[in-house]
Design a protein around this ligand. Sequence first.
Ligand code: SPV
Ligand code: MG
Length: 508
Amino acid sequence: MRKTTQLRNIITSNSLEYIMEAHHALSAKIVEEAGFKGIWGSGLSISASLGVRDNNEASWTQILDVLEFMSDATSIPILLDGDTGYGNFNNARRLVKKLEQRDIAGVCIEDKVFPKTNSFIKGEAQPLACIDEFCGKIKAMKDSQMDDDFVVVSRVEALIAGWGLQEALKRAEAYRAAGSDAILMHSKRSDSLEIEAFMKEWDDRLPVVIVPTKYYSVPTQRFRDLGVSLAIWANHNLRASIKAMQDTSNQIYLEESLANVEANVTSVDEIFQLQGAEELAQAEGRYLNASSANINSIIVMKSLADQAALIDQVAQLKSHNIHHVSVIGPTVQNFDGAAQHAELSLLHRAMDQIKGNLIISHSDMMYKPHVLTELQANENDIAIVIDVDSDSSKKSGYFVKAELPYSRELYNQSVKLVEVVTSLSEDHNHGEFFGLWKVSEKGAEIVRNFLERLAIRDDFDQLTLADLLNHVHSSHSISVTYIKGSWVDRKTYLAIQDRVVKRCDSTS
Ligand code: SPV
Ligand code: MG
């Protein structure tokens, strides 16, 4: 239900309803969680919490900014204490427009003169607005609202200013006739006599709103008996928080310790709950690099000489939101970096990790970030990255024949692998596979099955990744993601690192 409709229902319901003061988003949220159906956007409390006086020292747009946070944080309606409407009819109608844009359900304006003063500060000394002028303001506000249920409450200050019951009645009637949705009859007496007298004479012509701040000891049942529509608990969150903050600050100051305070303050977890941290965690799962959220990675480390590239690869994966990285290290030190044998047995050792969506790479190279992005964009169950710009003088490596060679026309079209071999040939010159590939959950299962089958062979230790891929390819297609350059082997990577270090040394 729209907030405006909710507020209208509160005001027009047959029973006494209550709304509770809030002065910022946090207190608004607390009001909602307590069970209240609506929020009083108190001018006193908002100005006090901004550190200024209740004399329109905060500009109306500053008040709007606070309200926007309050409204965003809650789903119950806010009735703004709009003071005098911040000017004449023109300012007041523009206020209505801006409030509606922020989903504020209604506004209460008081028949004083801008800039106003809080009713409890020398109330008698405060000038009241001229009735006609105030009625024009009400009409302008009602005429400008877009949502029929937006509520305009007119607040009569005649009793506060000491003008007596007849003036209060006269004004209330004029404001009703001008189109108000409810009358707020304010009183600063410590009993309810003025309100009772008004209610009797008023005779239910329009819903009546009261603010029993000064007559707080009057039993609520009395208001119900009188037929009051809405009671506003106008400033008690502000006052409660001031007391709590003073006590806490004083205690910590005196004791120079948090030890005795901890049990009496809200837990940090409760702050997170009020801020809606849980919702953000869920949304992150849905939206934040959702494609990376459940991706793991295995890096097959063939040589201990690969440490530098390994560290950078891990950082690269993490920056792609791939946080679970398993490194399968060499059992025997192998510093020449050329031998490819035993890499399948390394992968076989990681059998338990070959599951779900997985990026698999070798530690003897480093690639640019976009390569990972392009590989992730390949939606096939098994995909390998192929460099079409590889060094044609290279003697060993993984050389690939694919269904189609690289061409610009392929753009994002996926191409299937035909065969991988370990020495360059005319037939296998579509590019070099440098050890970066990925599998989906289904792809991982396929790879696991083939690895198991190969692992029982006597020559398993001599088999290479090329053998695995060719076996897999015999029954399941493997997709190729073409790139041009954008990766370096370990030797080049270490040489680059060395140059960078030397350059830094010479400039420092
Ligand atoms: C407010 O809450 O700012 C009000 C109510 O206007 S009172 O302060 O009681 O006048
Ligand atoms: Mg006020």
